[in-house]
Design a protein around this ligand. Structure first.
Ligand SMILES: [Ca+2]
Length: 104
């Protein structure tokens, strides 16, 4: 239970960053689907789920960010299943906790 509370706190903090990004996107006047963020292809669930298992393993996260901490992964895994569902993974992306690797 304690882990879930910690997780919610972490997402709350990251959410502050997310709110800023949303505002910036609105400022661009894109007018696109409100719920969808402009997620780089490298961070899209379908891209990261390398083995097409339908969830994101810690190893798959490391392919995106080799420095990603196991602790953060455990916090993102809200139901403690050991893998991230698309919903759990999206939280990491939308809060900016997981960022795309630098290109080039
Ligand atoms: Ca997978």
């Amino acid at each position: 239970m304690n882990r879930i509370i910690t997780s919610i706190a972490a997402i709350g903090i990251a959410g502050l960053t997310f709110a800023g990004a949303t505002t910036a996107q609105e400022a661009m006047g894109d007018g696109a689907v409100g719920a969808e963020m402009d997620i780089p292809e490298a961070l899209m669930f379908e891209t990261v789920d390398l083995d097409l298992s339908g969830d994101i393993s810690f190893e798959e996260i490391l392919e995106v960010d080799p420095e990603f901490s196991e602790q953060l992964y455990a916090q993102a895994d809200v139901d403690g299943s050991g893998a991230l569902t698309e919903t759990e993974y999206d939280v990491l992306v939308e809060t900016g906790v997981l960022v795309a690797p630098e290109m080039g």
